[in-house]
Design a protein around this ligand. Structure first.
Ligand code: HEM
Length: 490
């Protein structure tokens, strides 16, 4: 009787949803629904309960999942939902604290996110900035040269075929690392770059969109640590944070207050200004996590999204041709496309928007948490409730998109071929909006446009091409490796 009571006991006026079983609560039922992809599990569960606001329990934690545009937008834009749950993995990778930007909340998060955005901006993060655009342009030129076989890197390019996403990592890491540490890796340091990207990929692949079993039952990490994935999370994250730590040590040796070279120098200045003992959250460790979060995000998200885009074009060569016509007309073939061309290349831009909708990269966003008792959609949401925005669900809602199952860039254009108001939310919105949205959109655009301008893509082996919606699971989705024949257009 007690078990029955516990299974069906819910906070008053809580959204409808499945019962709460012992230990993992409703998580068992989600696993039964879809063992691999939590965004698909929560969506089909919401359909089963005929609701767009699903109430369930992850272990003992009350959790709400929103699947409609209206609820997702409301959660993202209301400050009382801007918290993050305090997960064991988050502390384990951050010296037992809640550091960085991804997973922290409250004042430390606000302070770090603001400081990071304000200062990274001065080096070109999130805006147009000539020096950074030149670096991006050079990176794109190198990528095109690699694809033409003008230099050798057999891990990324072999027999006329390019390996996605591997070949794309250097460009994104280099542009970001220039802003953070004022340093750029040369092409013969590709192994180092790939090691960063691989560690970042493993880090996100090893985390679960909803926190996973170990977040609900942390004692599992003591009994069977490897099975929980926790040590791998810590190892891969430490690889990145140690990288930042080394860069910080180098910077401290050569630091001059009169010449602040990059973000790390700005951070050192802030730490010294506040002084030992007085600092609130500007510490070496905090910097490792703030810069580490950016370094994790830069290669994984952008390179996988572009791989999804190229794969969609392999399935739909007419989309590829249409974008190439646009590029030939607007840019021609004598120079590479730049960010100045972006406004005049709406179809190419629409391919990226459609990829971000179709293959929603962060399908459940990052988990939010209610910071106070509140209401949503007529239901009561108690303080500390975990709140999940199923972005995948809203990007595949028939009412919004008509034919969400089709990859169709035209849906982002009006009858004059111009970009329409975009209601997709691949980067979230509001206070927790992705810090790297502009950086990612700019970089992905220039890389895709340059590759399309110069090459026809062809599958190396059509029979082994992954399905158009396939992805590796994790906190964010990542792409499988894919070899693509790069046939020069001229
Ligand atoms: C295709 C590329 C990307 C997509 C689709 C994407 C999407 C997202 C989403 C959905 C969130 C969570 C929003 C929420 O919790 O409500 C997020 C957070 C974040 N992203 Fe991105 N992202 C991308 C690239 C990047 C890049 C390149 C960087 C940095 C270099 C970055 C840095 C961040 C950070 C720091 C946060 C945490 C923001 C916070 O918690 O306040 N992202 N991103």
């Amino acid at each position: 009787k007690r078990l029955y009571h516990q299974a069906y006991e819910r906070p008053p006026n809580f959204p409808p949803g499945p019962p709460r079983l012992p230990i993992w609560g409703s998580y068992w039922l989600l696993l039964l629904e879809n063992y691999h992809f939590m965004h698909k599990a929560t969506l089909s569960m919401a359909r089963r309960y005929n609701t767009s606001l699903l109430g369930l329990f992850l272990g003992q934690f009350p959790t709400v999942v929103a699947t409609s545009y209206e609820h997702v937008r409301s959660i993202l834009t209301r400050p009382e939902f801007a918290g993050r749950p305090d997960l064991i993995q988050v502390r384990a990778r951050a010296f037992g604290e809640r550091l960085g930007v991804f997973f922290s909340d409250g004042l430390p998060w606000l302070e770090q996110k603001r400081f990071m955005l304000r200062n990274m901006r001065d080096f070109g993060f999130g805006r147009r900035f000539q020096r950074m655009e030149e670096v991006l342009h050079e990176e794109v030129g190198d990528l095109v040269a690699l694809a033409r076989g003008e230099w050798t890197d057999e891990i990324a390019m072999k027999d006329g075929c390019m390996k996605f996403p591997t070949a794309l990592y250097p460009s994104f890491i280099n542009v970001l690392w220039m802003m953070i540490a004022g340093q750029r890796f040369s092409r013969d340091q590709c192994d180092e770059l790939r090691a960063i990207a691989e560690a970042s990929n493993k880090f996100v692949q090893n985390l679960d969109q909803l926190g996973g079993a170990v977040a609900q039952t942390p004692w599992l990490a003591k009994i069977a640590p490897e099975a929980t994935g926790l040590p791998q999370t810590v190892r891969t994250s430490m690889y990145i944070t140690d990288y930042v730590k080394n860069a910080l040590e180098d910077h401290e040796r050569t630091y001059s207050e009169n010449h602040l070279r990059d973000f790390i120098d700005r951070y050192i200045k802030e730490m010294r200004k506040l002084g030992p003992g007085k600092e609130f959250s500007f510490t070496d460790k905090q910097l490792q996590l703030v810069a580490g979060d950016l370094l994790v995000a830069a290669p994984t998200t952008t390179s996988s999204t572009l791989t999804f885009a190229v794969r969609a074009l392999l399935y739909q060569p007419e989309v590829q041709r249409r974008s190439q016509e646009e590029l030939d007309r607007v840019v021609g073939r004598d120079r590479l496309p730049t960010l100045d061309d972006r406004f005049n290349l709406p179809y190419t831009e629409a391919i990226i928007r459609e990829t971000l909708r179709f293959n929603t990269l962060v399908p459940s966003a990052l988990p939010h948490q209610a910071l106070e008792d509140t209401t949503l959609g007529g239901y009561d949401i108690p303080k500390h409730t975990i709140v999940i925005c199923n972005l995948h669900a809203m990007h595949h809602d028939k009412e919004l998109w008509g034919d969400p199952e089709n990859f169709r860039p035209e849906r982002f254009l009006n009858e004059h071929g111009k970009l329409k108001r975009d209601i997709s939310l691949p980067f979230g919105a509001g206070k927790r909006l992705c810090a790297g949205e502009t950086f990612a959109r700019q970089g992905m655009f220039v890389v895709l446009a340059a590759l399309l301008q110069n090459f026809n893509f062809e599958a190396k082996d059509r029979s082994s091409l992954p399905p158009i919606d396939h992805a590796i699971n994790g906190l964010t989705l990542t792409s499988n490796n894919m070899w693509v024949r790069m046939i020069p257009r001229h």
